[in-house]
Ligand binder design. Structure first.
Ligand SMILES: [Zn+2]
Length: 456
């Protein structure tokens, strides 16, 4: 998506609007709550979860047609769910069920103008929509800030470098960044960072002197490589990563380059589970964020299934995320938290499309947005000159749909790539069974990270 200059000017206002929306009085309320629950004993935590769960079940039975019908069909009353153990009386909820029952999953009483709609990828079956309540958005923000407060004090200078459009994709000269006055952060465009532009990025960072880097792992890794290549030493107080898998080699590489610790956050658009690094660098399931079940799979890993606590407009109970975790054999951490620990989170695609200009495009969803009759879609790349869009199509698929895909792909990647739409019967899953929205035969993290992983 390209933005013109007028839209960019408006973005300045948007920063403030977003900031106020996410930092309402409810943000303060939830921050205080999360400060308390962070140090709960196992017993207090269990009592907290059970109390939230009972309240949730009571509300969904009263307000949400999907759950009322489900309870009736199962001959259950809300009182049947008193604790996490009772949850197994209810079936899992899947993305396909959410798509099929969207209207029935919403509380018409509580839905209002402050709610936002989030969409997940339209590539794995139909795109799913989720309504986020004002409360849940402020709660999410408070939960993220709790992790940030491990290393961030108000007033620290930070840069955010992510695969998000900050300046028009067609722009070829710096600045590839904008200052967000509301958050006091420098937003840098992850798409424009490449061999040609790296020096300009580095100069800007050296002039801005940030203490915190917030980034996708792939962007932080690319930045670290450029700092090494240009032999510039720079120390961050902390690096916060999210939205992609953080492989151990990449984590070490970033930490070694910037002489700091990396703190990762795992969440998903559905917001039914959050897992993040504590100050000791251990992944903890955020037990006060939602109720997380770890469901066995065919392999050695467990699937994250979540029931969120704070979105009463569209509550999701036992939602299967499709994301996998590896259990922590130690099952403990000396940071003082009683939240369960996991060793590793697997399953978020960290592949990206590489354009001939060297841009890394990790947000593939835009390409499928608004194009009808697509049942599944995957971006496939073997070389930077060509992008293949594999699609499983419905019976109404037309030439117009194909042209829309090509147009969207050009706007979101590069005008210099050949775009091929290939209609297929089935899209192959990854060995772990997960659907991948991007499959690239180009290396995600190049030899540097692997070599580094081998020596640490
Ligand atoms: Zn810990």
């Amino acid at each position: 998506m390209s933005l013109n200059l007028e839209q960019h000017k408006l973005l300045g206002l948007e920063y403030w609007a977003k900031h106020w929306y996410r930092h309402s009085l409810w943000f303060d309320h939830y921050s205080r709550l999360l400060q308390k629950t962070a140090t709960f004993s196992p017993q207090a935590l269990e009592a907290f979860q059970n109390q939230r769960l009972k309240q949730l079940v009571h509300e969904v039975y009263r307000d949400i047609p999907y759950y009322r019908d489900l309870f009736v069909a199962l001959k259950l009353k809300p009182e049947a769910i008193q604790s996490a153990a009772d949850l197994s009386k209810l079936p899992y909820l899947t993305k396909a069920l959410v798509v099929a029952n969207f209207d029935k999953l919403i509380s018409q009483k509580k839905r209002n103008f402050l709610c936002k709609i989030a969409k997940t990828s339209g590539t794995n079956g139909s795109p799913a929509r989720f309504i986020r309540s004002f409360h849940s958005i402020n709660f999410e923000n408070a939960a993220v800030w709790r992790q940030w407060k491990l290393r961030t004090m108000p007033g620290k200078r930070r840069i955010t470098l992510r695969g998000e459009v900050v300046v028009p994709m067609s722009q070829s000269e710096p600045p590839f960044w904008r200052f967000n006055p509301a958050n006091q952060e420098l937003l840098m465009c992850g798409f424009h960072l490449n061999d040609k532009t790296a020096e300009a990025y580095l100069q800007k960072i050296m002039a801005f002197q940030p203490q915190i880097l917030s980034s996708y792992p792939s962007n932080a890794y690319a930045l670290a490589k450029y700092f090494r290549y240009h032999k510039i030493n720079y120390q961050f107080d902390a690096v916060f990563t999210s939205s992609e898998t953080l492989p151990p080699g990449v984590k070490h590489f970033i930490e070694d380059t910037f002489q700091t610790r990396t703190y990762d956050w795992y969440g998903q658009a559905e917001r039914v589970a959050a897992i993040c690094h504590c100050k000791q660098g251990t992944y903890h399931i955020q037990e006060d964020y939602s109720l997380v079940e770890l469901a066995p799979t065919m392999g050695p890993n467990f699937e994250v299934v979540g029931t969120h606590f704070f979105n009463t407009v569209m509550p999701l109970i036992r939602y299967k995320t499709g994301d996998l975790v590896k259990l922590d054999p130690e099952q403990s951490c000396d940071c003082g938290s009683h939240f369960r620990t996991v060793a590793f989170i697997d399953g978020r695609a960290c592949d990206f499309i590489l354009t001939p200009e060297g841009y890394q495009i990790s947000a593939a969803n835009h390409i499928f947005h608004g194009v009808e009759n697509i049942l599944e879609g995957q971006l496939y790349q073997e070389d930077t000159a060509c992008l293949v869009i594999k699609v499983v199509v419905g019976s109404g698929f037309t030439e117009q749909n194909r042209l829309e895909l090509i147009k969207n792909a050009r706007e979101n990647t590069s005008e210099h790539m050949r775009i091929v739409v290939k209609v297929v019967d089935y899209i192959q899953r990854a060995p772990n069974g997960k659907f991948q929205s991007i499959v690239s035969q180009l290396p995600v993290f190049d030899d540097a990270a692997e070599a580094f992983a081998a020596i640490v």
